[in-house]
Design a protein around this ligand. Structure first.
Ligand code: GLU
Length: 495
């Protein structure tokens, strides 16, 4: 069975690059009828952040990426674990790593290293001065194991390093890049167990990928340089090597590495801005992959069907916010109004606008939906909706001169507005279509220029220079409120 994993470190939040890694691993596993796991790599205690795991879980679940196994989002926003390969949180597996480190020490593939930071610093300086590759020189490898054990027993501070081959090449297969080749002379004996007893990423991830029966490792390109280390660990343990896929980097439009300094990179920030999970997932899926057809709109289910790791590009992908906005707009436009109303509701409550469905009365229970329909095609995110339709809830302050059409005069507006108000007061049907017909007929009959009526009417209703058309607004406002706003406009002109 195919088993993939996403293995984030809980350093604060889920990065959009992490979301892509998780998504691709998820899609691949789901497509093959396999399992997708979430493992928490929290062995770097200096970068550990409380609630980091919870934040990652919340963002993943929001996006619809729910792990079959491993860390889970439990009731009441708690972190739970599920599955028989656990624990799935690395800080709960320290004994396991120690055991495997001991196995490598016993076999002579690893050794204790007592070099202190001053020595390592000096070594580095000398190497740099002589234009040599930097890295550990293997000094402690020569120490007799009995001597090393004695020093460890005496409580001396030490790390455990893995012996790496010094010549030849390490070759590996990457599903996206094909064969990758590393020169062994550039590898040093890296630390796999730190002096605090915690494993480094290399040891922990290889031990866990094996223990958790991971068949496909999907991760970011930044881990490609670690691959020879991992291959060597697999070789010493005589474990089967999983398939690897290293995903291309995400870049800012100026081709710099995507980082927090240039804008949002945390999934939770996009969520807080009112991006829809469907849009985010669709957008993220296309950062490095495309189906090779013109189809751009993909639900998570469709992605599961069509995604392919082999089609992921080696080239870096540009994180283009305009494209994300485009996706979000499309999803907002296509979402059933009822659903949109449900999702928009909290944003209105936050903005202090009462989305109570009975307000306005004109269309009863669907009133709020008709308000949203006014502007939903013009906004990019849910968070922009309250401001866009605020004029429906509260008539904005505006100046009398805004009521005067660019080809008209004050006198004309003062004549026409009371007339149209009286005409509207006599109408029985108050929906957009009949208003459009009736007002159209009235304008013709009076022989007015269309703009001389529709401009002041629309400004009276919206209080804004730009807004949707007067018929739609009138319908949403209802007859009473519309007439009231016309009165306000007339009073403004008279002042
Ligand atoms: N813990 C690593 C990270 O934070 C995981 C790398 C991997 O997937 O092997 O990205």
């Amino acid at each position: 069975m195919i088993r993939t994993r996403f293995a984030p470190s809980p350093t604060g939040y889920l990065h959009v690059g992490g979301l892509r890694t998780a998504l691709y691993s998820y899609l691949f596993a789901k497509q093959k009828g396999g399992k997708f796991l979430l493992r928490i790599e929290d062995t770097d205690r200096e970068r550990f952040v409380t609630d980091g795991t919870l934040n990652i879980l919340k963002s993943l679940y929001w996006a619809g990426i729910v792990p079959d196994e491993g860390a889970q989002l439990g009731k009441g926003d708690t972190v739970t674990q599920k599955g028989k390969h656990g624990p799935y949180i690395q800080s709960e597996r320290l004994d396991i790593y120690k055991e495997y480190a001991a196995e490598l020490l016993d076999a002579g593939h690893a050794y204790y290293c007592f070099c202190n930071s001053e020595r390592l610093e000096q070594l580095r300086e000398t190497q740099q001065k002589n234009k040599m590759p930097t890295g550990y020189d293997g000094a402690c490898a020569a120490m007799a194991p009995a001597e090393a054990k004695k020093r460890v027993a005496a409580g001396e501070k030490c790390v455990v390093r893995l012996k790496m081959p010094k010549d030849g090449e390490t070759r590996a297969k990457d599903l996206i890049r094909g064969e990758v080749v590393f020169k062994n002379e550039l590898q040093d004996d890296f630390i796999m167990l730190k002096s605090d007893g915690y494993p480094t990423y290399h040891l922990a991830s290889v031990v866990d990928d094996n223990a958790m029966e991971i068949t496909h490792v999907v991760r970011g390109e930044e881990w490609l340089s670690s691959l020879p280390k991992h291959i060597q660990l697999y070789a010493y343990f005589k474990w089967e090597i999983p398939e690897f896929s290293h995903l291309p980097l995400l870049l800012n439009p100026d081709k710099s590495k995507l980082s927090k300094r240039q804008g949002d990179v945390a999934v939770e920030d996009f969520r807080a801005k009112g991006y829809l999970p469907e849009a985010m997932v669709n957008f993220i899926a296309f950062l490095g992959w495309n189906p090779g057809t013109a189809k751009e709109m993909y639900s998570l289910e469709e992605l599961v069907k069509d995604f392919s790791l082999e089609k992921v590009s080696k080239a870096s992908a540009v994180f283009n916010l305009e494209k994300l906005d485009w996706y979000n707009k499309e999803y907002l436009r296509q979402m059933p109004l009822e659903e949109l109303a449900k999702q928009a509701m909290p944003w209105f409550e936050k903005a202090g606008l009462n989305p109570s469905p009975n307000r306005g009365g004109a269309r009863g229970g669907v009133w709020f939906e008709s308000v949203l329909a006014l502007e939903r095609e013009r906004v990019a995110t849910l968070s922009e909706l309250p401001a866009a339709v605020k004029f429906v809830f509260i008539l904005p302050e505006y100046e009398a001169k805004l009521l005067i059409w660019r080809k008209g005069t004050l006198a004309e507006a003062l004549k026409i507005l009371p007339e149209i108000k009286d005409f509207l007061a006599g109408l029985k049907k108050w929906d957009k279509a009949s208003l459009e017909i009736k007002i159209g007929e009235w304008i013709k009959e009076k022989d007015y220029a269309t703009g001389s009526v529709l401009w002041p009417l629309r400004v009276s209703l919206s209080g804004q220079e730009n807004s949707p058309g007067p018929y739609e607004i009138a319908e949403v406002l209802g007859k009473d409120e519309s007439l009231k706003r016309l009165e306000t406009a007339i009073a403004k002109l008279k002042n």
